[in-house]
Each structure stands twice: as structure tokens, then as C-alpha cells.
Design a protein around this ligand. Structure first.
Ligand code: IVH
Length: 674
């Protein structure tokens, strides 16, 4: 390919990727699969690796985080970053509205623009000629910290604005936050690696953004939502808050999907109730609703008082943390046999819901927080997250309160409970003997993202197992109308509906089926990767660990889980039975083998690397098309060696195989680690 052609292709790929970014992050209407998107990105990466002269800072590949900073530089805010006044009830909202009407000498109702108040950190983004040139924290409102390299790693922040009417200069303010799902996963990862567990998504977002090493920020699931324009030059702005936000959206910046214009303070009350009702099912935490005068002229007329504008207010939700008594601790058995301590609480209302159970996560957490039965405890409920016990109130503690102990025998099946080496979790060894594990496995199999068996909810599964109508997944497809209609509160019609749903679920996809099996640590993404790599079930079943780790997202632990799962005769039998019942899926076409830069090469990783775990390094190599092996042979392309490498380097030397240090590894892979 000529240089010109390469440059042209690079530009086209960037445009296409940016277009899909907008569809995904701003319009919430993705038109391609994640896989297709990744392919585009990798293709671009490959071209840029080959022709680094065409690499620019606003390329969508440049989100992995630059060099580690010594400290954050200070940034002066030309327009101060203000905070908001709070209201806690309708009377305070009425007072706010009245004050504004008097101030503006308005007889008629004021119009407001409303959106949820996100629980994250305020950030200012500065675009010059459409390019992101600076991002800063709020700091004290007059000056903040320059966090540009970190913010560049947040995928929903466009590095380049869209459209033909891009202002010469645009400063957008908004919130960086961490969605709940990402927060949960991050904390799981942190706990597993013995790192700090974050108390809530807000702290996690703050801790992730203020990292001197942008690579850490890049690995955290942060996202961004705009809520105001602070400065604009070179284009005129619409005269309402709402229209300004639509303009921001058209430039490719995400805004709240819940933003609305409201015609009166009464409409604000309804909006607040509506958002409060949605709160529990949102994918992120919010702590209230923000109302802003919609008319920009009126905003200017109203002006500011010290730290906050007079024209806006945050109506906060009531506290989500309450105190109650810890009555007892019981142990719940999950799908994989893990025993989770669950707090039985004196029932208490938190954020509008009565809570009588809360999770205590695991025994390490109980020890760390020193929680004892009888304690007064602080309970938190956040969004749709399971309520959790945050801490014990020590001043109320009486002598004789004892820490709960892990039982030696499973509370459900009486099998022995063991703690696996190096893991916080304790497990019941009962396997399929344990009714709790069987119930959870069936619930998982039936769930929406697995076989999606409509009508087979948790309660029904428990009933069916308790009545011994089913033992395992294998029995599901031989349930009869007679059996089902004999159940309490099950009319013949619903029984038939369930049979129909079971029948429909037989027509599925391979990724769903693999996910439905409930192999430990094989989530949806891994199931998809396995299906795409092997394209049929038999190949997954008979593959060994060495082959499995070639699959993106599969490391040695997951590979071992998969091999172990298919080694169990009972599991094989369950699979054979359900397949014989008629479960089927369309064949999988292997995605086009795109031209990856390291295709056809094999690497071995050994020793301790400074900036990556061996698994991270393996993922980077695999994404670039290389194979990763655990043993050195004459076919090995090179050995990547960190500190204390051991015998693999000796073997490489003997065979004349190249040995790369960490720097050479980074040069090879272009430091791409996301
Ligand atoms: S408007 C001048 N809108 O709340 C207007 N703020 O307590 C400034 N926040 O520092 C803010 N969601 O970080 C606005 N939809 C929203 C918001 C929001 C969250 C945060 C923001 C601000 C704090 C004020």
C-alpha cells in the first residue's frame, strides 16, 4: 500500500470508529457489535503500528494513558466552577421558585431544565477547534488540577468533536462517574488482588481519576455526562439550557438521556417523583435532581451568590444510610458453592425500601470491619445494589458480642465446607448433592442472558427442586403439563405457557448456551469469546488449558475452571441430556481473520514485569494476534522476561530464541494495554 493510501485508510477508520462512538455513548443506539468495533480498532492499531508517522493524539487508539506524572499541574478556571444549593423537600423548592420569580419580577410560571444529579466528580473539558486540549478538576472552583491525560482514557469523552459547526473554543462541564456494574467488578478485582476496596462509586471514580499513572485510570470503568456549557467562541449559542445541551449532544458529547424541559414548579415535583422511582433501576448512582432555569437570559439576570448560582438547585434524595441492629448472620450457598455471610437485620427503611437482609460479602470483610452479632450497624442501599453492612457503631457495643463464624458443614446439604488456598471464599463441597447449588445453577440457566426461559423465575425453581420435580438442568425439558399444573398457584394456562417458553428456549445461540452452563468465572463476554474461537461446543469441551489461554479474556484460572467443568462426568451427562432434548443453535461463522500485526507468532512470558501482570501482558499479545505459550521451544518467536525469570530464559538462550525485556515488549506492542 502506498503511504497516501495508508493515510487515507487510517482516516476512514478513525471516522468510522468516531461515528460508532457517538452512536454508542451519545445516542445509545449502537449499530454494530462490540466485536466488529474491536476489529476496526485493531485494524487501525495495526496500521498505526506499521506507520507510526501517521499517529496523532486524537486517534481513537490513543486512550491507553500516557506517561506517569509526578504531580498534577494547576489550572486556572476562566469561568469559576460553582457548586449548587440544596433543597430537601417541596417547601424548599417552592421557596426557591418564589425567590426567583421575585428576583426576575415574573408573574407567570418559570420554565426549568431538569436532569438527575450524578454522583461523581465535576470536570471541565476544553475543546479548541474541536480537539480536546485540556481537562481539569473543580478544585476550589477557581483553580483545579490538569487531568487531561487521564480524561483522554475515558471512552465516552470524544477526543474530537463532530459536525460542521464546531466552535473555535468550547468549554463543557460535566460529571465523571462510575456506573454500578463497573464499580462492582472493579471492587471484585481489587479484593481479589488484595487492593483497596472502594466504599462507593463516587470514591472509586475520584480515586480512579486522580491517578498519576493514566494507565490505571484507563483500566477503570469511568464515563462522562455533560451538564453545562461554560464558554463558547466562534459560534452562537441557543438561548435555553435545554437547547444548549442538545447542541452539546450534536457535537458528540454525551448528555443525560433523562433531561427534560418543565413548564412549572409543579412539573418539577412530578419529575422528581418520577426520577426517584427510577433511581433503583438506573445503571448509575444519583443523589438527587438538578433544576436549572431554562432561559439563559433569566440565568444571567439571576446571577450568583458566593459559591452557587441563584438560578439552579439540587433537590437531594433522603439519606441512603441508616442504623439498625444486626440480629444474626446466616450463610447463603451460591451456584458455585461459595458461602456468603448474610446479615439478618432488625427491619429498617432505607431510601424508601424496607431492608431486613444485607450482604457482609465474605469473612475477610467481617474481620476487617470487626462486625459482631448484636452490634448497631450502618446499612447502605445504593441504587439496585444489594444492601450492605458498611460498619459497626462501636460505642453501642456490649461485652459478649461475638464475631460470626463460618460453619464447618454446609447449612443446606451438610457437606464439608472448605476454604480454597489463596481465596477469601469458603465453599460447600457438595456439588450437585447440594440443593442450594442445584437451585442456583438452574436459576442461572433459565436467566434472561442465558437460556431466557420466560416464566421460570427464582421462586418457581426453588419450588420445583424442593418438590423433587427437578434435580438438575437436565430435568427441565422433561417437565409435563400435569406436573406443572399440580403446583400451587399454577393454572393450566401458565403451566402451558412455561412449557412453551421451555420449548422456545431450545432455539438458542452457542455463546448463550456456554454462558448458561454456569462454569465458574465464565461470564457472557468469555462465553462469546469461546464460541467465536472454537465455533462448536465439542471443540470447547475437549480443548486443553494451553489452547484455552489463546482465547481473548481467558487466563490460566478460567482455563482451569473450564477444563475442570468438562472433566466432570455429571456435567457431561447434563449437557448430553439437554442437547438430546433438542437444544440447537445456528452455526458460527469465524469472523474475518483481519491482518493483525503479530499474527503467526508465539511468545512465552516469564518472571515479574514492572507494569503488567503476566496475564495482562498475555492479553496484550493475544489482541495483537500472537499466541502465548507456557513452554519455550524452537518455534517460540521470543521470550518476554521480567525480573527473576528462571529457567525459561536459559532454555531460550540454548535454543537461540530472542529474549525481550519489558521495554522491548512495550516497543513491540506499542504499550497498548486496554
Ligand atoms: S450543574 C452552575 N448538573 O453537583 C451549575 N451539577 O453540588 C453547576 N452534579 O459540582 C452544576 N450532576 O459536580 C449540575 N446534572 C448536574 C449535575 C451536577 C452532578 C454535581 C456537580 C457539582 C455538584 C454541585
Amino acid at each position: 500500500m502506498s503511504n497516501e493510501k495508508i493515510q487515507h485508510e487510517i482516516e476512514q477508520l478513525r471516522n468510522e470508529i468516531n461515528h460508532h462512538n457517538t452512536l454508542y455513548y451519545v445516542l445509545d443506539e449502537p449499530q454494530v457489535t462490540d466485536q466488529y468495533y474491536d476489529q476496526l480498532l485493531r485494524k487501525l492499531q495495526a496500521l498505526e503500528t506499521r506507520s507510526p508517522e501517521f499517529l496523532t493524539a486524537d486517534s481513537p487508539t490513543q486512550r491507553v494513558g500516557a506517561e506517569i506524572a509526578e504531580q498534577f499541574e494547576s489550572v486556572q478556571h476562566e469561568v469559576p466552577m460553582l457548586s449548587l444549593d440544596n433543597a430537601f423537600d417541596e417547601s424548599e423548592m417552592l421557596a426557591f421558585n418564589k425567590r426567583l420569580k421575585e428576583l426576575l419580577s415574573m408573574e407567570t410560571a418559570l420554565q426549568y431544565s431538569a436532569e438527575p444529579k450524578l454522583d461523581g466528580l465535576a470536570v471541565s473539558l476544553l475543546y479548541e477547534h474541536g480537539k480536546l486540549v485540556r481537562a481539569a478538576t473543580r478544585g476550589d472552583g477557581r483553580s483545579g488540577e490538569n487531568i487531561t491525560t487521564n480524561v483522554r482514557t475515558i471512552k465516552s469523552v470524544p477526543l474530537k468533536l463532530n459536525g460542521t459547526k464546531v466552535p473555535q473554543l468550547l468549554e463543557v462541564r460535566g460529571e465523571v462517574y462510575m456506573p454500578l456494574e463497573g464499580f462492582r467488578k472493579l471492587n471484585e478485582r481489587q479484593a481479589k488482588n488484595d487492593n483497596k476496596v472502594f466504599a462507593n462509586p463516587r470514591n472509586a471514580a475520584a480515586g480512579s481519576l486522580r491517578q498519576l499513572d493514566p494507565k490505571i485510570t484507563a483500566s477503570r470503568p469511568l464515563t462522562f455526562c455533560s451538564y453545562a456549557i461554560a464558554q463558547c467562541q466562534g459560534e452562537s449559542l441557543p438561548d435555553s439550557q435545554y437547547a444548549q445541551m442538545q447542541l452539546v449532544k450534536s457535537l458528540g458529547l454525551p448528555i443525560s438521556p433523562y433531561i427534560q424541559q418543565l413548564d412549572s414548579i409543579q412539573a418539577c415535583f412530578e419529575y422528581y417523583q418520577d426520577i426517584a422511582a427510577k433511581r433503583g433501576s438506573l445503571a448509575f448512582e444519583i443523589d438527587g435532581v438538578v433544576f436549572k432555569l431554562n432561559d439563559i437570559n433569566q440565568q444571567q439576570q439571576a446571577g450568583f451568590v458566593s459559591r452557587a448560582p441563584r438560578w439552579a438547585i439540587a433537590w437531594k434524595f433522603p439519606a441512603q444510610e441508616v442504623m439498625t441492629t444486626l440480629l444474626d448472620v446466616e450463610f447463603q450457598v451460591g451456584r458455585t458453592g461459595a458461602l456468603t455471610p448474610v446479615a439478618r437485620l432488625d427491619p429498617v427503611e432505607v431510601g424508601g425500601v424496607v431492608v431486613s437482609n444485607a450482604t457482609l460479602h465474605n469473612m475477610d470483610e467481617i474481620k476487617r470491619k470487626d462486625i459482631r452479632i448484636g452490634d448497631t450497624v450502618i446499612v447502605r442501599r445504593a441504587g439496585d445494589v444489594i444492601p450492605e453492612v458498611v460498619a459497626a457503631v462501636l460505642k453501642d457495643r456490649k461485652a459478649g458480642f461475638k464475631q460470626p463464624e463460618m460453619p464447618k458443614k454446609c447449612p443446606v446439604c451438610d457437606s464439608e465446607v472448605v476454604q480454597l488456598e489463596g481465596q477469601a471464599a469458603y465453599r460447600c463441597t457438595g456439588g450437585l448433592v447440594c440443593a442450594a447449588q442445584r437451585k442456583e445453577a438452574i436459576k442461572h440457566f433459565a436467566s434472561r442472558k442465558a437460556m431466557d426461559i420466560d416464566g421460570l423465575g427464582d421462586k418457581l425453581v426453588e419450588q420445583l427442586v424442593d418438590l423433587k420435580m427437578i434435580d438438575t438442568i437436565a430435568d427441565l425439558y422433561s417437565l409435563t403439563l400435569e406436573q406443572l399444573s399440580s403446583l400451587d398457584r399454577m393454572a393450566e394456562k401458565s403451566a402451558q405457557n412455561l412449557l412453551d417458553a421451555l420449548d422456545r428456549s431450545k432455539s438458542t445461540t452457542l455463546p448463550r448456551f456456554i454462558y448458561a452452563l454456569g462454569i465458574r468465572e465464565v461470564g457472557e463476554a468469555t462465553a462469546l469469546a469461546l464460541a467465536n474461537y472454537f465455533t462448536d461446543l465439542a471443540s470447547v469441551e475437549k480443548s486443553d488449558e494451553e489452547t484455552l489461554i489463546q482465547v481473548a479474556d481467558v487466563g490460566p484460572v478460567v482455563a482451569a475452571n473450564i477444563v475442570h467443568f468438562f472433566d466432570q462426568a455429571e456435567n457431561q451427562q447434563v449437557i448430553d441430556t439437554v442437547l438430546a432434548a433438542g437444544i440447537h443453535w445456528p452455526p458460527i461463522e469465524k469472523p474475518d481473520d483481519i491482518d493483525l500485526p503479530l499474527k503467526g507468532t508465539t511468545y512465552v512470558i516469564t518472571g515479574t514485569l514492572q507494569n503488567y501482570s503476566r496475564q495482562q501482558a498475555a492479553e496484550i499479545l493475544k489482541k495483537l494476534g500472537a499466541k502465548v505459550s507456557s513452554s519455550v521451544s524452537s518455534k517460540t518467536t521470543a521470550v518476554v522476561a521480567g525480573d527473576k525469570p528462571g529457567s525459561k530464559v536459559d532454555k531460550a538462550d540454548k535454543l537461540g530464541v530472542t529474549v525481550l525485556d519489558e521495554k522491548a515488549f512495550e516497543d513491540l506492542t506499542g504499550k497498548k494495554d486496554d
